[in-house]
Design a protein around this ligand. Sequence first.
Ligand code: PGA
Length: 252
Amino acid sequence: MERTPLVAGNWKMFKTRAEAADYCSALLPLVDELDEVDIAICPPYTALDIVAERIGDAGIGVWGQNVHDAPEGAFTGEISCAMLIDAGATGVLLGHSERRALFGETDEALARKLAAALAGGLEPVLCIGESEAERDGGETERRLSTQLDGAMTALSGSQVLQVTIAYEPVWAIGTGRSATPEIAQETHAFIRGAIASRHGEECAAAIRILYGGSVKPDNAAALLGQPDVDGALVGGASLDPQGFAAIARAAG
Ligand code: PGA
């Protein structure tokens, strides 16, 4: 099964609205011809509308970095699916390791968020990944299985098909130490196998599994060249439109 590569830039808590507008102007001509690669940007909430206005028409996805599962309510500081969509978002990151580690996000909460995103019409991107201690201790597969099961067990086959998985080893995020292409391939193949055993071969063959963690222009081609690596979730290197476009080109 042909899976269209997908490269997404996670800006985290970077860029004002003016900086976001400049970025979009710079990025558009660089990725204009890249028809065979899907591209998405995850700006901070305050820049969602600007990014959607500037590049949404070019078919570039605009994703929130988090969402609350309730439609509205007394949840200070949170944002709903409908609000993200209202601001122009087409998708949402769920369970980024920074959300899990710094803001106490649990697999139970992620199961609710995933259901809310699917029901609300946002493309969900579920982030999973092991810590360095878990990898060193031979716990990687158990950890990834727990994260997949915790968030996805209740989903139907047709819902699973709408989910993108981002495999992001915690030890590779923001460290400059990406997984080797061999480790990425081996782990992505494990994740695809885990999805096949739970949701069937058809789902597993169709679902996109992105790699994230210190993806840069100089290592992108080797990582993205692996058969089970269907794209990249890029943090630091996505803040520069030239670097991000170079990574997107490596996926094509
Ligand atoms: P990084 O971040 O590319 O800066 O390592 C990846 C991520 O957090 O999604």
